[in-house]
Design a protein around this ligand. Sequence first.
Ligand SMILES: O=CC(=O)O
Length: 327
Amino acid sequence: MAEQELPGLLIMDIGGTHGVQESLAALLKKHFCVITMKELLENKKEMGKKIQSIFVSEFRPTIDQELLESLPNLKVIGNSGVGVDHLNLKMISNFGVKVTNTPHAVADSTADLGMALMLASARRLVEGSQIAVSPDTNYFAADWLGVEVTRATLGIIGMGRIGYKVAQRARAFEMKILYHNRNRRSKEEEQAVGACYSEMEDLLQQSDFVMLVVNLTAETEKLIGKKELGLMKPTATLINISRGAVIDQDALVEALQNKTIRAAALDVTYPEPLPRNHPLLQLNNVIITPHIGTATVQATHMMAEEAIANMLSVLHSQPIPSEVFPQ
Ligand SMILES: O=CC(=O)O
């Protein structure tokens, strides 16, 4: 029997700064004929016809009209990651192409990072580490006291899969957990993690730590601005593991400079990376990590596996585990 040709899959590259890790490429090659962007550009006509799917990893390749027009047989874009704000869903759907994401694979690693940022900011880990390695050995811990996470109040804004995992972890720290979400969780789910539904204003006023875990949409853009920051306690810390644009960054800079809130810990900013002279980088009450919520060996593999399952189900006309639709 003739060997069946594997469906063509476009990826940015293998290895290098913007490429897919070798081990993930090997995983993709088990199910697809992998074609890099360079190979497509070298032979647009022939390669373009072969490609039925695109694996988008770390927002690459960029999906624009020109690329979609050059791929007449494209059926699915498998995004590795949960956030799809970098994809123009409406335009893609006008080409009859489906989009999928990986909400299951990202949840644990992103929730872990949320906890890591909260703890690091509370206990001033970055400053402490800088002090420990500085040539000046004459320092006093009393000059840079942190605050405790244990038994503090955590306000989670966005109680989807990741938000809920944060609540599970926070419970082990005996935290009082408030949450705000479009849809309220069931009584059983609330009780299982000890979380209380709260209106935004109350949550902002009462929380010692406010963690943002919402998707970026037209409704959540600049969700946290001057007014919301003004409601937070001067001792409170803002943690963002969603998308930078959920915060009005100018208002955040002002709040941190004037110390109307204690600190911020941000895995996401706008833009990424920030220009080196950005005021957020000049402040010592801010921790910034370079969008590493899913940057673990385990999560990157699980994301590739989830994306593969999604893409194959589209190509085999089977029910799609995680399809995303234009709003
Ligand atoms: O940012 C990470 C994701 O969208 O999964």
